[in-house]
Design a protein around this ligand. Structure first.
Ligand SMILES: *Cc1c(COP(=O)(O)O)cnc(C)c1O
Length: 322
């Protein structure tokens, strides 16, 4: 499909309408197509930072976002927090910087920042823009888009689609900041992307097949609150499964901060190595541990596309090592 054709415009329009309807993204937010979440990190750094961004993170993806931003914006600031604790929203009233960046679902260690915490960050910092990486949770759990300005996710996690496409939703306030800054130096400058998406298009040839598949997936998707309920229930079952185990444990002890879409499991390096190898032989690919957690952890994706019988098969397999 030609990406300047009337057919593409129709596909783009329908996909954006479905995204808003199915995920409950406010109508006044502008949706953009990009190629990855990593690209969104750069778009934010180049087109939406006035003075500096403040990165509140507790794991490898949040840290990587900060690192990429530093290369474009050397004043970016990092505020790490303990993965076992809730993001300290109550104590956080920032008097510097103009954009706050958080990772809603930290895929590396299986933690999440709940909607109520995001709302509290917003409440205590009403003058900052607020950007949220929801790559491994969007379309898996209910997110309250109203309480932040920029949300993005690539489609290969909870959307259950092939990689090479991401979506970014921006509030009217974010669009104002984009205009005030007026940055136009890149093929993916947000101002240029806005000009194009106003015509339901992108500055460069987008992943048209990916957008088509996204439209199909969204059409078939249940209500996000029902998906959320199912994912939450499944996560509880996984946690119970590992809590009842002698050798394997949830990596994160605090139930308030445990991710519902990524279950990180901890055990001895020797056992984890064996489990990964045998699982692979049986045709099941367990998520590697991430960064410094590589040897002692594996991660189970609790994404909507995974079927009940697949979970049962994995549980039956892991039973022998519990
Ligand atoms: C997977 C992931 C990314 C990177 O996504 P790409 O599509 O590879 O750019 C970024 N952030 C989080 C939280 C992720 O889980």
């Amino acid at each position: 499909m030609n990406h300047r054709s009337a057919e593409f415009v129709d596909l783009s329009k329908k996909t954006i309408a479905l995204l808003k309807r199915k995920l409950k993204i406010p109508n006044e937010y502008t949706i953009f197509f990009t190629s990855s979440a990593t690209e969104c990190w750069e778009v934010i750094a180049q087109s939406l930072v006035k003075t500096k961004s403040i990165h509140i993170h507790n794991g490898a993806f949040g840290e990587r976002w900060f690192d990429y931003t530093l290369r474009l914006r050397p004043d970016a600031q990092s505020l790490p927090f303990d993965p076992e604790k809730e993001l300290p929203a109550g104590k956080l009233a920032l008097n510097e910087g103009d954009i706050i960046c958080i990772t809603q679902n930290e895929t590396s260690n299986g933690t999440e920042v709940r909607n109520k915490i995001i709302a509290a960050v917003r409440k205590n910092n009403p003058d900052h823009l607020f950007a949220v990486d929801a790559t491994s949770s969007m379309a898996g759990i209910f997110l309250n888009f109203q309480s932040a300005d920029i949300w993005f996710a690539s489609v290969q996690k909870c959307f259950g689609l092939p990689a090479g496409l991401a979506v970014m939703a921006c509030s009217p306030r974010a669009m104002v900041q984009m205009q005030v800054i007026g940055e136009k130096n890149h093929y993916n400058s947000l101002s240029l992307m806005k000009e194009m998406i106003d015509k339901w298009q992108t500055p460069y040839t987008p992943n048209v097949l990916g957008i088509y598949l996204l439209k199909c997936a969204l059409k078939n998707m249940n209500k996000i609150v029902d998906v959320d309920q199912k994912i939450t229930q499944r996560q509880k079952e996984w946690i119970r499964f590992f809590q009842g185990s002698k050798n394997l444990h949830p990596l994160i002890a605090n139930p308030e901060v445990r991710s519902r879409t990524v279950i990180a499991v901890n055990g001895s390096a020797r056992l984890i190595e064996v489990i990964k190898a045998v699982a692979r032989k049986k045709g099941m690919l367990l998520g590697e541990g991430y960064g410094n957690l590589k040897k002692e952890t594996f991660r189970v994706a609790n994404f909507p596309a995974i079927k009940k019988k697949e979970i049962t098969r994995l549980m039956n397999f892991l039973q022998a090592y519990r």
